[in-house]
Design a protein around this ligand. Structure first.
Ligand code: AMP
Length: 134
């Protein structure tokens, strides 16, 4: 589905581009959670990670590693999170798969602050359920 990211890929709206390859583009997030907050997206118009052909997913990962290293180096070796919001309930606002490279300075509020408690045996069930889908 076309989204605002399609317009960025096609150069119809501007972005602060970090890098562009045949298959990906990385650019700064317009509402950054930290300076250097970067989005890495495939050019292929797919909504969810699992919609991306495996070769394209590998290519995306390669570019993401390159971009993440550059972001870190640019901010004196800063730590970072790689975040993918996959689907509405996971906080995905733009229906075009994208990874966030999110720099984390000392004292940054960490992600994953919410926790659920597994019931007795539930953790093993969930593990098996996921493995069955591999
Ligand atoms: P998500 O919630 O994972 O879908 O994240 C979408 C991200 O896209 C948000 O962090 C927005 O700030 C960012 N965003 C939306 N429009 C633009 C744009 N035109 N240029 C750069 N980043 C954008």
């Amino acid at each position: 589905m076309a989204s605002i990211f399609t317009k960025i890929i096609q150069g119809e709206i501007p972005c602060e581009k970090i890098i562009e390859t045949d298959s990906e583009i990385a650019f700064l997030d317009i509402m950054p959670c930290a300076a250097g907050h970067t989005l890495v997206i495939p050019k292929l118009e797919v909504e969810r990670l699992e919609d991306l052909p495996a070769e394209q997913a590998l290519s995306l990962m390669r570019t993401m590693q390159q971009v993440a290293k550059a972001v870190s180096t640019a901010f004196d070796g800063i730590d970072y999170n790689l975040i993918l919001n996959n689907g509405l309930n996971a906080g995905q606002e733009i229906a075009h798969v994208h990874f966030h490279v999110l720099p984390r300075a000392k004292g940054s509020p960490g992600p994953f602050r919410e926790h659920v408690q597994y019931a007795e045996g539930e953790m093993q069930e969930v593990g098996a359920k996921i493995r069955n889908c591999l």
